[in-house]
Design a protein around this ligand. Structure first.
Ligand code: PLP
Length: 371
């Protein structure tokens, strides 16, 4: 079935004793045992599994065309579970503009146990040159943050298969509706469900979806169940509720993202626009081939420096000046000041998450803020 249908029905498969049309929130932490000691209800203890989480994992497995999924309490814990599943001494190839929370995990939590190189993944020859004897994982993020770089998922998948490596892709900016990395050869897809999947800036969560049920996935599943960084039944309920409208929300985010990119590209106060839907974007052709649309995230360089950029984010009325992305409300953010003094992000860069307000109102707000 098509994503619109899957999104509405995949998380709603339980038949309850009260014949509910939508899956209710099940807060029970423990479940009754049968006389023979078994669990015919399918659940034993809610850290290991519970009906709402199982439903969420099933919905995301189907949307990402995978074989199984693990839901976590945040995007960060989802990514961390994957790093924890690697043997100590393993080497990872990660993007130079990797989501800063993951870069921080590698550089602080895993600095003594894992080795890693941060490289420009838009250059497949660069990746090949960095593969070592102990390399086990290529981690990609596409579109990337905040420069909206596009990584060729099929090309990296071919390379990782050739070298027997695991290939994981952070697909948060695309959501499961705009690209399916598993269909292009990735082994694992990661999402921060805090973003588009949740879509209303009110629930924190993360997800890993696997292409195959194998030994490595068993390790990840064990880290989820035994480590216990799991979302609550209420979080899972909210995410299932949000997923039902995800395909339609994504259409609005993409339409508004494209319209803002075209408006900003022509604006005299703007030096540059980063949006994969623009034909001037360096990886526009790859984006066209692996994404069904280009998303609601864009970045701009304001003419001038940090001061001019900060003036713009302080002058908007409708956009909320806040970090994060993927919600129904439009957000705007001066990235360098959140990433700290060591960042390579240009000082005049502003990141925009196009929400679902009317495009005329969004353009009018940016127009007044830029003048
Ligand atoms: C937000 C984000 C994460 C981390 O997710 P949290 O839910 O904040 O822990 C990871 N990757 C990308 C691309 C993100 O935008």
């Amino acid at each position: 079935m098509k994503p619109e249908t899957v999104a509405i029905h995949a998380g709603n498969f339980y038949k309850t004793s009260t014949n509910d049309v939508t899956l209710p929130i099940n807060l029970s932490t423990t479940f009754l045992r049968d006389e023979d000691g078994g669990y015919s209800g399918g659940h034993m203890y809610s850290r290991v599994s519970n009906p709402n989480r199982t439903a969420l994992e099933k919905a995301l497995t189907e949307l990402e065309k995978g074989a199984g999924a693990c839901a976590f309490s945040s995007g960060n814990t989802a990514g961390m579970a994957l790093f924890q599943a690697l043997k100590p001494g393993s080497h990872i190839i990660a993007p130079d503009d990797m989501y800063w929370g993951f870069k921080k995990q590698l550089q602080t939590i895993f600095k003594d146990t894992l080795a890693f190189d941060f490289i420009d993944l838009t250059r497949v020859d660069e990746i090949a040159a960095h593969i070592k004897e102990n390399t086990v994982l290529i981690w990609a993020e596409t579109p990337s943050n905040p420069l909206l770089k596009i990584t060729d998922i099929a090309a990296i998948s071919r390379l990782s298969k050739k070298h027997g490596l695991l290939f994981a892709c952070d697909s948060t900016f695309a959501s499961p509706c705009l690209q399916n990395p598993i269909a292009l050869g990735a082994d694992i897809v990661m999402h921060s469900s805090t973003k588009y999947i949740g879509g209303h800036s009110d629930v924190l969560g993360g997800i890993l979806v696997t292409a195959a049920l194998n030994e490595f996935w068993d390790k990840v599943k064990n880290i989820q169940e035994t480590g216990g960084a799991v979302p609550s039944p209420f979080d899972c309920f909210l995410l299932i509720r949000s997923i039902k409208t995800l395909p339609y929300r994504m259409r609005g985010h993409c339409t508004n993202g494209m319209a803002l990119a075209l408006f900003l590209e022509k604006h005299p106060a703007v030096e540059k626009v980063f949006y994969p839907g623009l034909s001037t974007h360096p990886q526009h052709e790859i984006a066209k081939s692996q994404m069904s649309d280009f998303g609601g995230m864009l970045s701009i360089l304001v003419k001038g420096g940090a001061e001019e950029a900060r003036k713009v984010v302080n002058s908007v009325q409708l956009f909320a000046q806040a970090t994060s992305l993927g919600g129904v409300e439009s957000l705007i953010e001066h990235r360098a000041s959140i990433e700290g003094p060591t960042t390579k992000t240009p000082p005049n860069l502003i990141r925009i998450s196009a929400g679902l307000e009317h495009i005329d109102d969004l353009i009018a707000d940016l127009e007044q803020a830029l003048s």
